[in-house]
Design a protein around this ligand. Structure first.
Ligand SMILES: [Zn+2]
Length: 475
C-alpha cells in the first residue's frame, strides 16, 4: 500500500459513506473502515473532508487552431490547470482537416499530445471534418480500433456536415460501437442572421448572441435528435444551452431513446447579459465571453439546472478554449488591421480548472447533491465514453484519480494568484467557491497540494475508449 486516505467521506454517484481509501501501484486497492497503513505508506488525514473521484472534462480544446490563432493552453498547461481544479482526465477535441483520413490525423495528434507532455491523463474525441466519401466514412472503424470511440459532427461552420452526412455518420457509428456527439446550431439561419446584422452595421458581441440565439440552437437540437432516431443510433448533444433543447432531450429520453446531453458551467452561471456589459467589476469585456454557442437567457439557465436535477442532462464539461485578451480584441480591429466585428473574435473561454470547484460549490450550497455533482462530472463521462474500466469512480481496481475536497475552504477565483493555465484572464474571475479541492491525486501521485501544481509534465497518458453500445437513456 502506497497511499492511505483516512477518515474522509467517500462520495460516489449513488451514495456517501465514511471510509478509508487505499492506493497501491496507482490503483485503488481497498475501500473500508479502519484500514491500516503498512511500513512506508503515506497517510493523508481526510477527516472532515470529502473523498471524490477526479473529474473528467469531456470537452476541451487544447492547442486548437481557430480563427487565425491557436488556443492558449496546450496539452501540458491545460492539463496542469485541470489537475489544480480536481479534473484528472480531459477528453480533447481534434478535428479532421478536409481530405485527411481520421486515422492518420489521430496518429499525428497523439504524437503532438505526447510531445507536449500532459500532466494528467487525456483522451481524444475525433471531430468529423470530412465524410464526403465512403472511404473517409469507413476509416472511422480504424479510429475506433485506435481507442477513440467518440466522434463529433458540427451542424455549423464551413467544415460542418449536412443532414445526409450527419445521418451517415450516425449509422456508421452505431455499426462500429461508437458515439456521435453534435454541435447543434442551425447553420443557414445563423449565416443569414450574421449577414443581416453586419449589413445593418450591428457588429458588437451582442450580435454574436443574437445570431446564435435560443431558437437557432433549439431547432438544431430537435433536428439532431430526429436524425438519431432515424438512424437508430445513440446521440450526445454537446454544450446544450437552451430550454427548447432540454425539453427535446427530455422527451426523447422519456420515449426510451439513447439521447444524452452535456452542459457547461458557463451556461449555468452566466446569461446573455454578459454580451452587453461584460463584468466590468473584474475588467472583463463582452468580447471575453464570446464562445460558441453563446450564453443564453435566464429561462434557459433555469431549464439546464432542472435538467441536471432530474437526470435529463448526463454530463458537465467545459468547452475550455482559451484565447488571449489581445486576440479577443480582434472584434474591434482584426489581426490584419481591418475593422473587426463579432465574427472576427476567436470563440472560446477558459474553464477547465473551474468546472469541478464550481459544481461542487453549488452542491455545497445545496443546489444539487454532491452525488449528482460526481455523477455528471466524473461517473457518467466515464460510462458514456467507454472509460469506466479505469476512470470515473472511487472503486477498487480503478485508477487512483482522487480529489480530497474541503467543504470549508473558500477560494475566490483570481487568475493571477490561484489559477494554473496559460491564459491572461478568466471569465470566472471573482467567482467565489464554497469549498475547494485541498489535494488532488492522479494515479495515486499528488498533483495539486491545495495551492500549487506539484505534478510532472509528461506524467499523463492516453486513455483508450472501449467500444460503446448505448441502447437506451440510462447506463
Ligand atoms: Zn467545443
Amino acid at each position: 500500500m502506497d497511499l492511505l486516505i483516512k477518515g474522509g467521506k467517500v462520495v460516489t454517484a449513488k451514495s456517501t459513506f465514511k471510509a478509508d481509501v487505499a492506493v497501491t501501484n496507482g490503483k485503488i486497492s481497498a475501500i473500508g473502515t479502519n484500514l491500516k497503513p503498512e511500513a512506508g505508506t503515506e497517510v493523508v488525514d481526510a477527516k472532515g473532508k470529502l473523498v471524490l473521484p477526479g473529474a473528467i472534462d469531456g470537452h476541451t480544446h487544447m492547442a486548437m487552431p481557430f480563427g487565425g490563432t491557436i488556443s492558449t493552453d496546450d496539452y501540458f498547461t491545460g492539463t496542469r490547470a485541470a489537475a489544480c481544479g480536481g479534473t484528472t482526465t480531459i477528453i480533447n477535441f481534434e478535428t479532421q482537416p478536409v481530405g485527411v483520413k481520421m486515422s492518420k490525423f489521430l496518429k499525428e495528434k497523439l504524437e503532438l499530445a505526447e510531445s507536449q507532455g500532459p500532466a494528467v491523463d487525456y483522451s481524444i474525441h475525433m471531430g468529423v471534418g470530412d465524410v464526403t466519401t465512403q472511404e473517409m466514412l469507413d476509416d472511422m472503424a480504424k479510429v475506433v480500433d485506435m481507442g477513440v470511440t467518440s466522434f463529433k459532427v458540427f451542424m455549423v461552420y464551413d467544415f460542418g456536415v449536412d443532414d445526409g452526412q450527419f445521418y451517415a455518420t450516425l449509422c456508421k457509428a452505431k455499426e462500429i460501437g461508437a458515439l456521435v456527439g453534435v454541435h447543434a446550431e442551425n447553420k443557414n439561419v445563423n449565416d443569414y442572421l450574421v449577414k443581416k446584422y453586419l449589413s445593418e452595421k450591428k457588429i458588437s458581441p451582442w450580435y454574436h448572441y443574437m445570431s446564435k440565439n435560443e431558437a437557432v440552437a433549439g431547432e438544431a437540437d430537435e433536428r439532431a435528435i430526429n436524425l438519431a432516431k432515424m438512424a437508430g443510433a445513440p446521440l450526445y448533444i454537446v454544450h446544450l444551452d437552451n430550454a427548447q433543447g432540454v425539453a427535446a432531450v427530455a422527451k426523447a429520453r422519456a420515449e426510451g431513446y439513447p439521447i444524452f446531453a452535456e452542459t457547461c458551467p458557463q451556461y449555468l452561471y452566466f446569461t446573455k447579459e454578459v454580451y452587453k456589459d461584460g463584468r466590468p467589476e473584474f475588467k472583463l469585456r463582452p468580447q471575453d465571453f464570446v464562445c460558441s454557442p453563446p450564453m443564453k437567457g435566464k429561462e434557459s439557465k433555469d431549464a439546464l439546472w432542472d435538467g441536471i436535477r432530474n437526470g435529463v442532462i448526463s454530463t458537465l464539461s467545459t468547452d475550455h478554449c482559451p484565447f488571449l485578451k489581445k486576440e479577443k480584441d480582434w472584434g474591434k480591429k482584426t489581426k490584419d488591421g481591418k475593422k473587426g466585428n463579432f465574427t472576427t473574435i476567436p470563440n472560446g473561454c477558459a474553464g477547465v480548472e473551474n468546472m469541478y470547484p464550481f459544481i461542487l460549490s453549488e452542491a455545497n450550497k445545496g443546489k444539487i447533491t454532491f452525488n449528482k455533482a460526481v455523477e455528471i462530472a466524473a461517473t457518467n463521462q466515464a460510462k458514456l465514453f467507454g472509460m469506466d474500466y479505469c476512470k470515473g469512480a472511487i472503486e477498487v481496481g480503478l485508477d487512483a484519480d482522487i480529489v480530497v475536497y474541503d467543504p470549508k475552504k473558500r477560494v475566490v477565483i483570481n487568475n493571477k494568484k490561484n489559477q494554473h493555465g496559460a491564459l491572461d484572464h478568466t471569465v470566472w474571475e471573482g467567482v467565489e467557491c464554497k469549498g475547494y479541492p485541498c489535494a488532488v491525486f492522479s494515479h495515486g501521485k499528488l498533483v495539486f497540494d491545495g495551492k500549487d501544481f506539484v505534478g510532472k509534465q509528461g506524467a499523463g497518458s492516453f486513455v483508450k475508449q472501449k467500444k460503446v453500445h448505448h441502447k437506451g437513456p440510462s447506463f
